[in-house]
Design a protein around this ligand. Structure first.
Ligand code: PMP
Length: 345
């Protein structure tokens, strides 16, 4: 798809939108007597509205990610970006979206909130990408396709070439959710958005960067898509304190922590693989393992009784009998392993 084809996919009311213009849009100097935004004049440390465009943060994230700031959207978690792509591209009750399943639950919830039908396509038995079935599920009203890679909760990542080939054959916007990409050996698709303008890459600071409580998600896409998402978002979607805290936190490298999670993932997997209580363990490119037990509900309760909380995926179609276990610190992982060793199948 060419960048000039994107506009035809946008909801007509969004393409025609006159966005809200904030006081901070109209005057951008830093010094002066600010009587323009009905703020309190008394300094509390947060009496002024924040930068609605998060310019400084985008510049820094652009540097770290090697992406032009005009191709970066910053949201209140990537959940905000997921909601916004529905609001920008899908006419409620008319358009539809396609997603893999099992996958991250918010695609379905955001679709339902926006009154958009979500057509879920089961992954292959080995969790690989059902490219032909995904394309077959599309019709002329399909505006979005969601692929999560590495996928939550299955843990596998899809090949870069198969994702690019799918993007080229799809006539809507392909949303690739890379929330767990920092833990993966597969490179991010964010470097491919210029060559493939119908790809929107989602990332988050909630996982490898350790900022889940701050709520910062990222979307990398064509500048037109970024500008549409920015017009639809709430003007001041990222608070001043968050922008400042994130800027500061971005100067501490995460490499050592990510390396420890990745090596712990291998160690925990190795320990689990030999256990009679473990029926199946899938390879993972993320910071969690999907594990099948003879009785997942009983194992969930047993771990809970030991103070270990995991995610029970037993009722998710395709993940029957499975728990999703996040990789913790080496000490936390030791506790998990000890508890599992003591469990009878
Ligand atoms: N995408 C995936 C695949 C996730 O697993 C999650 C959170 N669990 C998110 C997005 C949302 O992340 P956040 O809103 O914290 O950025």
């Amino acid at each position: 798809m060419k960048a000039s084809d994107i506009l035809a996919l946008v909801r007509p009311n969004i393409a025609a939108l006159t966005p809200y213009s904030t006081a901070r849009d109209e005057y951008q100097g830093a010094l002066g007597i600010f009587l323009d935004a009905n703020e309190s004049p008394y300094p509390t440390g947060y009496n002024r509205y924040p930068d609605p465009h998060q310019k400084e943060l985008k510049r820094r994230i652009g540097e770290i990610k090697g992406v032009d700031p005009a191709r970066i959207f910053i949201g209140n978690g990537s959940d905000e970006a997921i909601d916004l792509v529905f609001r920008v591209f899908c006419r409620p009750g008319v358009d539809n979206a396609v997603a893999i399943t099992p996958s991250y639950g918010m695609y379905k919830v955001a679709a339902a909130i926006n009154d958009v039908a979500l057509r879920e396509v089961r992954l292959e038995e080995d969790f690989s990408l059902p490219a032909e079935r995904l394309l077959a599920a599309c019709d002329t009203h399909t505006r979005l396709m969601f692929l999560c890679s590495p996928n939550n909760p299955t843990g596998n990542a899809f090949g870069r070439d198969e994702l690019l080939a799918l993007a080229d054959r799809f006539s809507g916007m392909l949303v690739v959710d890379e929330a767990y990409i920092d833990f993966s050996s597969i490179p991010s698709l964010r470097t491919q958005i210029a060559a493939h303008p119908n790809i929107i890459v989602l990332q988050t600071l909630s996982k490898a960067w350790g900022m889940a409580a701050l709520r910062v998600g990222l979307a990398f896409a064509d500048p037109l898509v970024i500008s549409l998402m920015s017009q639809v978002k709430y003007p001041y979607n990222i608070g001043q304190k968050t922008q400042e805290t994130v800027l500061e936190a971005l100067s501490s490298p995460i490499d050592a922590r990510v390396a420890e999670i990745v090596s712990e993932r291998a160690r925990v997997a190795e320990a689990l693989r030999g256990m009679p209580v473990v029926l199946k363990l899938w390879p993972s490119e993320a910071n969690f393992l999907l594990v099948r037990f003879p009785d997942a509900d009983a194992m969930y309760e047993k771990l809970l009784a030991e103070g270990i909380i995991v995610r029970n995926r037993n009722r998710v179609p395709g993940c029957e009998g499975c728990l999703r276990i996040t990789i913790g610190t080496p000490e936390e992982n030791d506790r998990l392993i000890e508890t599992l060793i003591q469990s009878k199948p």
